[in-house]
Design a protein around this ligand. Structure first.
Ligand code: BGC
Length: 426
């Protein structure tokens, strides 16, 4: 039976990127860290157990299909990345070709404020030109102010842990809101604050590689303060703006309903999903909803051979977004799905993933979740953080040697849905 699932009028259809992962040729905390850690990362990629975390990085992630690329030192230097800094017009033409009406991207703090309190007008004008180009094409800019990495001067003066951090961040965020004025409505101040503190301060995988529960909580506290301060300052100069953070939500599932598992599920849901949203109450105009996969509480007793995995071995899980969206209904705010996608170099699963995910999203909307947009991660293959280039999340394939862009078949399928605001299933 074929079905036509129509999305609400004015639904935002988009794709996302972030500065460091696509722009290329910059100098920030992470580009400095890359150089220092190449050898370590190459060595790790050869080890039996590549680093393991609750985010889904685990042994299986050492996908043999990619071991050659993963053990090449060049994989760990972001370099020109996807050269989006120079090729953004070409990339925006692709957005248009894909019928997308929003684009989420981030401002590179190290470019616009390379030294404390010294703003680089040329870099700011570059972002203004990007925004103007999007506007000309009727594409709504969805601007992230800070996506995980810091200018070197911020990192060297205590990073996000410094008592000065909220003030520094606010000065930068306010300046951006003032510069962009009426041309930007949607702002994400901070991308995934708790993923950042977990991976950078608790598990020590990302710079500054700290492993401390205390630091994790201190930085998280500081970041929340930074967001609130920036929110107020940005609203003062751009009252029209809709401002929030993005957060990676998780849906926790219990397979065996033991009393312990049920209590653990409640706690995990409160601790991971709700506590941050509550802490920012009054300082968010929407829920920036990033979603990748569910989490099993207790022993995973499922037949593992029946579970599909993406290239970085995260579970192929297009359905649990339904439950996660219904969980998020309780916050009583409009929801924008600001990231969702998968590493799939061969484009084997992506088309099916998009269709199944959007079917789940549509069902969640019918059941009352106020979802107003879907932004796929990512527009382009990019530099996937500590993993380097081999995990390919792009709707568009990028040949990093020639910078040639090729639209993947799954993107064409997504484009049809965006163009008609309707998903046809059979
Ligand atoms: C981050 C992106 C990243 C993606 C896939 C998200 O948590 O915001 O920067 O590329 O996950 O790992």
């Amino acid at each position: 039976m074929s079905d036509r699932l129509t999305f609400p009028k004015g639904f935002l259809w988009g794709a996302a990127t972030s500065s460091y992962q696509v722009e290329g040729n910059m100098r920030n905390e992470w580009t400095e860290w890359e150089k220092r850690s190449v050898e370590k990362r190459v060595k790790e990629s050869r080890e039996e157990s590549w680093h393991d975390s609750w985010r889904g990085y685990g042994k299986k992630e050492r996908n043999p299909e990619f071991s050659k690329e993963a053990s090449d030192p060049a994989n760990y230097i972001s370099g020109a990345a996807a050269d989006h800094w120079n090729r953004y017009e070409e990339d925006f033409t692709i957005l248009q070709e894909l019928h997308l009406n929003t684009y989420r991207f981030s401002i590179e703090w190290s470019r616009v404020e390379p030294e404390e309190g010294v703003f680089d007008q040329e870099a700011i004008d570059h972002y203004k030109a990007m925004i103007a180009s999007l506007r000309r094409r009727d594409i709504e800019p969805f601007v992230t102010i800070w996506h995980f990495w810091l200018p070197v001067w911020v990192a060297e003066s205590g990073g996000a842990l410094s008592p000065e951090f909220p003030t520094r961040f606010t000065r930068y965020a306010e300046r951006m809101a003032r510069e962009f004025g009426k041309d930007v409505t949607f702002y994400v101040t901070i991308n995934e604050p708790d993923i950042y503190t977990s991976l950078s301060y608790l598990l020590g995988f990302w710079p500054p590689e700290k492993k401390s529960v205390i630091l994790h909580f201190r930085v998280l506290h500081n970041i929340k303060e930074a967001h609130k301060k920036a929110y107020a300052a940005m609203k003062a100069v751009a009252p029209h703006a809709k401002i929030g953070i993005t957060k990676q939500f998780m849906h926790f599932v219990v397979l065996r309903k033991t009393p312990w598992n049920l209590v653990a599920r409640r706690f995990a849901d409160w601790w991971w999903n709700t506590s941050l949203v509550h802490a920012l109450e009054g300082y968010q105009d929407f829920i920036g909803f990033n979603y990748y996969q569910k989490k099993i509480i207790g022993k995973d007793t499922r037949d593992q051979t029946k579970i599909l995995h993406t290239d970085i071995s995260w579970e192929y899980d297009p359905e649990s977004i339904y439950d996660a969206l219904l969980d998020a209904k309780r916050y009583g705010m409009p929801i924008y799905i600001t990231e969702n996608g998968l590493a799939d170099a061969a484009d084997r699963l992506r088309g099916r993933f998009i269709v199944e995910t959007l079917t789940s999203v549509h069902r969640a909307i019918e059941d009352g979740a106020p979802v107003l947009g879907y932004i796929h991660w990512s527009l382009l293959d990019n530099y996937e953080l500590d993993k380097g280039f081999w995990p390919r999340f792009g709707l568009v394939h990028v040949d990093f040697a020639t910078q040639k862009r090729t639209i993947r078949p799954s993107a064409r399928l997504y484009a049809r849905i965006a163009e008609t605001n309707t998903l046809e299933t059979d």
